[in-house]
Design a protein around this ligand. Structure first.
Ligand code: EPZ
Length: 419
């Protein structure tokens, strides 16, 4: 296993190309289970998570060729049971449940279990499947769904923490092959759900309300193969924007859709960060002196929970006080302890994190705990005085394609070492 070593204090400069979106790729790869025809998906980022999903598709009988960020998926799935070992390493693979149920009228997928960002319930997924007529059993750590015929219905899919991205994906995919019309109220509006909707429509699904909280799906008998180019990863883009802000650098991001980053840009402009928009590029200039801004995360188009840890790392070196609350994953604060080990001054107060900006962070050996917390530690390591060692970087490799290479090209002193 590797660790990442970062010598902090270097300014970054230059251009970075944003890779394809991990969270669009996973459900779109799952959606290829809905047809036996060939599908070609381009700009698939090479990540632990996308490779796990490809392994899962192969374990279900699909043929998958993956080269140069293009996945060619063909053949008929021959199993409706998703392997525990694979699902337990990546919660996102629970989104194969909807396609398997639609295709086989039965599906058996391991419960995703919890992770460090919080418990990962699937009650909304189950509610959606039951509304479509499936009988559900939960036993031995598996969710087992059975349905003679999936039938469309009106489904309210909002939960205590708002809409669910993957529950919306799962129910939309199952409804695509149900009889009749399904209406999903309180559907998630994340751009990644919108991309899945686009792909399903290319496969012949009849869906209205793309990108809105109300999806209307008219079930069809069959879906055919399709080709799709995955859009840019808005969370990777947001992470690089925050890196530029934290290091006081000017960076140009290529292959970015900044209309998906408006809330981050709005908050960072209040901090003093400057932006210059290009056709599919964004130039970011971090200020000499940052101003503190408080942030609360919400479902899209609110501030993304997947940028909360990185934003907290930025606020940890911003003079003044900022308050950070996560309304999507209220306990997503594992990164506080590691940032404090680097000299940050962050404390929890009820559901919020109170960040008192310090003049400097100091390099230290730290432990990555989840994907976005690892990104926060990279940001902290880049600005800290001295050397930071980030252990368990497989968390980082789940969601950031070649991030150390990309940072090296921007002038960061960062390298891998064997643990
Ligand atoms: C997706 O996870 C993303 N993962 C997450 O990104 C992201 O943080 C999350 O959406 C929120 O934007 C993928 O797309 C693969 P949710 P998902 O269901 O769909 C609660 C990353 O770093 N909930 O939208 O699993 C849940 O506990 C990952 O790339 C229920 O209560 O998240 C949470 O509080 C981390 N019941 C809220 O809803 C359910 O049945 C939103 O979760 C499902 C979810």
């Amino acid at each position: 296993m590797d660790k990442l070593v970062i010598e902090g204090g270097k300014k970054l400069k230059g251009e970075v190309r944003v890779s394809g979106s991990k969270n669009s790729t996973l459900p779109i790869l799952a959606a290829t289970l809905l047809t036996d025809d060939k599908c070609v998906i381009r700009n698939v980022p090479k990540l632990r998570d996308t490779l796990t999903m490809i392994k899962l598709l192969r374990s279900l009988g699909k043929t998958v060729d993956y080269n140069n960020n293009t996945a060619v998926i063909s053949g008929a799935a021959n199993s409706s049971s998703a392997d525990y070992k694979l699902v337990s390493t990546m919660r996102g693979s629970f989104c194969v449940m909807g396609p398997l149920l639609a295709k086989f009228r039965t599906a058996k997928v391991s419960l995703p279990g919890g992770c460090v960002i919080g418990i990962r319930p699937v009650d909304l997924h189950i509610k959606g499947f039951q509304a479509l007529g499936a009988g559900i059993e939960v036993e031995g750590g598996y969710v087992i769904a059975k349905a003679k015929q999936l039938k469309g219905d009106l489904i309210y899919l909002g939960g205590m923490f708002g809409p669910s991205v993957l529950a919306t994906d799962n129910v939309m995919m199952a409804a695509s092959l149900a009889t009749g019309e399904t209406i999903i109220e309180s559907a998630a509006c994340e751009p990644e759900v919108e991309e899945l909707t686009e792909f399903l429509i290319k496969m012949g699904a009849k869906i209205e309300g793309k990108g809105t909280p109300r999806l209307v799906i008219h079930g069809v008998k069959k879906l055919h193969g399709a080709e799709y180019d995955i859009g840019p990863d808005r969370i990777e883009a947001g992470t690089f924007v925050l890196l530029a802000a934290a290091t006081g650098s000017t960076l140009t991001l290529r292959n970015v859709n900044y209309s998906q980053l408006l809330v981050l840009m709005d908050r960072l402009e209040q901090c003093g960060v400057k932006f210059k928009k290009g056709k599919d590029s964004l130039t970011v200039t971090g200020p000499k002196k940052l101003k503190p801004v408080s942030v609360t995360t919400y479902p899209y188009p609110g501030f993304p929970t997947d940028l909360q840890a990185q934003f907290m790392a930025l606020m940890s070196i911003t003079p003044g006080i900022s308050i950070i609350t996560d309304k999507v994953f209220p306990d997503r604060f594992m990164h506080i302890a590691e940032l404090n080990r680097m000299g940050a001054n962050i404390r929890r107060d009820n559901g919020a994190a109170i960040v008192e900006g310090v003049r400097n962070l100091f390099g230290a050996p730290v432990m990555a705990s989840d994907l976005r917390a690892s990104a926060a530690l990279v940001l902290a390591g880049l600005v800290a005085k001295g050397k930071t060692e980030i252990h368990r970087i497989y968390h980082l490799e789940r969601g950031y394609e070649n991030i150390d290479e990309k940072l090296k090209k921007l002038g960061a002193k960062i390298y891998r070492e064997k643990e």
